[in-house]
Design a protein. Structure first.
Ligand code: GLU
Length: 345
């Protein structure tokens, strides 16, 4: 490896990446077979893990079979690796916060998210009212309940619930390459019991952080949480984000690639709520969880991963899904902070 001495650099043609990256040591080459094996052993390992409990504050979720478990890995070339119950439709719940934040970035801009909602971790539970009181000038991030309700209020066109709903579901369809389906029973169950979210909505209204009708914004949020999605679909959504907005299965460029680092930053900072730091430190992959038991993980430029199993830990993150993704990452020695260029052969 030869290095160009700094004094010889022609500033007109200077390319920092070519100059700084020592290609022979910073590249990590893995094969698809290694990825497939790692997914299989991660699935087997996590299958044996017990513990956690279904979310019980939403009656529908309490009754889902706790033994369901699926793991999907999707690569930028469209290779799809599935183990277990990857075609079962479960409540997307908080993972829906990711596509709707992307939608607002598409319709407005990443800057609008920063100005009107924020991009800070709360360090508090997903439904915290205290977090809003502490930061009464913004709802912190579109990936907690407060910011997600605020994001639903920002979806265009203002004042038109049907069109807003269409925009929300069309966006998810583009990201996954197939449509989500509303689980009516979950929507009803959640609408009947979302008292805490009603309080959040009106508190945000008090701080001028709801940008449309408050009841409509809350209803859109509740409905998007009640969408049924499969683990396989979430894997494709994760891969689309990892792939700069290019859906590797449909081949469609869904959004401007500059959105990917923004949404991945939000996922890294708050995707596991008050455990986001512990999770990223341990696993090396930004991931977003939902109380339906789904987790979506994004390794930029490398792969998307999703796992689903209903029993949750006390913070609301799926126990088996976490174990599977963690095992997968550790087996392959991957991590967003590793500073390596990963090449899949
Ligand atoms: N619909 C749920 C709520 O608003 C989503 C929570 C979650 O998945 O973290 O409470």
């Amino acid at each position: 490896m030869t290095y160009l001495p700094v004094e010889n650099v022609n500033t007109a043609t200077f390319r920092p990446a070519a100059f700084l990256i020592k290609a022979d040591t910073m590249d990590k080459i893995i094969t698809k077979e290694q990825i497939r094996d790692a997914a299989e052993t991660a699935y087997t390992h996590a299958s044996a893990i017990k513990g956690g409990a279904n979310a019980n504050y939403i009656p529908y979720l309490a009754n889902i079979n706790p033994d369901l478990f699926g793991l999907s890995v999707v690569l930028p070339d469209g290779t799809h690796i599935d183990y277990g119950d990857t075609d079962y439709r479960f409540g997307i719940e908080s993972v829906s916060k990711v596509p709707t934040a992307i939608l607002v970035m598409r319709q407005q801009s990443p800057e609008a998210i920063l100005q009107k909602i924020g991009a800070d971790a709360t360090g508090l539970p997903f439904n915290s009212i205290f977090a809003i009181l502490l930061e009464n000038d913004h709802p912190s991030t579109p990936l907690v309940n407060a910011g997600a309700i605020s994001a639903c209020s920002m979806v265009a066109p203002t004042g038109n619930s049907n069109e807003k709903w269409k925009a929300i579901t069309d966006n998810i369809t583009e990201l996954c390459g197939s449509a989500p389906e509303l689980i009516d029973e979950l929507y009803k169950s959640e609408s009947d019991t979302n008292f805490n979210n009603r309080a959040i909505t009106w508190l945000l209204k008090n701080y001028n952080r709801i940008y449309d009708d408050p009841d409509m914004s809350l209803d859109l949020y509740t409905r998007q949480c009640s969408l049924g999605i499969t683990c396989s679909q979430l894997g494709i959504m994760a891969a689309t984000i990892a792939n700069g907005g290019l859906n590797p299965v449909t081949g469609k460029q869904v959004y401007d690639q500059r959105i990917s680092p923004k949404i991945t930053t939000l996922i890294a900072t708050v995707g596991f709520y008050q455990h986001s730091g512990d999770w990223l430190y341990t696993s090396g992959i930004p991931a977003k969880s939902g109380v339906g038991g789904g987790v979506l993980g994004v390794l930029p430029g490398v792969l998307g991963i999703a796992a689903f199993a209903p029993p949750l830990d006390t913070a609301g993150n799926s126990v088996k899904a976490q174990a599977a993704i963690l095992h997968f990452m550790q087996t392959l020695g991957l991590g967003i902070m590793n500073g390596q260029r990963v090449i899949i052969k």
